[in-house]
Write a protein that binds this ligand. Sequence first.
Ligand SMILES: NC(=O)c1ccc[n+]([C@@H]2O[C@H](COP(=O)([O-])OP(=O)(O)OC[C@H]3O[C@@H](n4cnc5c(N)ncnc54)[C@H](OP(=O)(O)O)[C@@H]3O)[C@@H](O)[C@H]2O)c1
Length: 285
Amino acid sequence: MEMITLNNGIEMPLLGLGVLRTTADETEEMVKTALLNDYRLIDTAAGYMNEKAVGKGIKASGIPRKEIFLTSKLWITDTGYENTLKAFERTLKLLDTNYLDLWLIHQPYGDVFGSWKAMNELLDKKLIRAIGVSNFYEDQLMNLICNGGGVVPAVNQIETHIYKQNRKELEFMTQEGITMEAWSPFASGIENVFENEILMDMATKRNVSVSQIILRWLTQRGIIAIPKTTHVNRMIENINSFDFKLTDSDMEIISQLNKDHSVYPSHRDPEFIKMLSQQKLTFEV
Ligand SMILES: NC(=O)c1ccc[n+]([C@@H]2O[C@H](COP(=O)([O-])OP(=O)(O)OC[C@H]3O[C@@H](n4cnc5c(N)ncnc54)[C@H](OP(=O)(O)O)[C@@H]3O)[C@@H](O)[C@H]2O)c1
């Protein structure tokens, strides 16, 4: 597995498994299967309501915790200094672990500054190895860097795929020492990315799959990818995407596919922010 070094010196796998929208049973099985097939990065969130199942999958795999890079995310209604400390305890309990490798503020809303202060303290206490954010754009990142009173986020996880390439965002984050992590690297599978003729042609010529071309296009540029799949054959296909290199010409061709098109509601849409803010989560710990 290729690794990337984050801005605090911690090494993170460039490819992992995402578990959004999977049931508890599916999640447990996926996590176990992925770990037994050489995955070492798992991406979950309080908001996915499956942290407990992730913890069970890790235990069932028998892979030692210290070999696994575990990411979770703080939900919008848990922001604020005290709430964040409470949410962290709950997340650790649900995941059945005593530390996180990476904890992200899931959305750039709520009391982000209170949360950042709490997360910096947890980082200092070595209860989290790296802290970061998700769905933050340049203005929000700069605000946190300048006014957050703590460290620069190690990672920003944002929607990134062939139809939403975020080249300007990547340039900014690289300049600020923030690693980009691509959520929905296959555009959630709802935009026919696997049937794109240009990518199919590129894949056929190299005797690889379209999924492998897409993942290599990300990881070769130092972008972490967390594709979701419930199928073991696809998990194996996705993780085996490191043993070839795309040329500059391939990269240029793929860059032409960009449409700046999201497959999700915008995190800048007031109605979406309102909807997220009204989703108070309840957990059985
Ligand atoms: N931070 C955020 O706000 C945020 C938001 C969205 C997502 N995420 C993270 O990003 C992860 C991935 O995003 P996503 O779940 O939206 O979707 P995705 O990874 O872009 O796409 C998943 C889809 O692709 C299919 N697929 C996966 N590998 C394949 C392969 N090799 N060949 C053919 N089809 C394949 C899956 O089908 P099967 O499952 O049927 O195989 C599924 O339909 C999430 O699980 C989550 O961890 C974060």
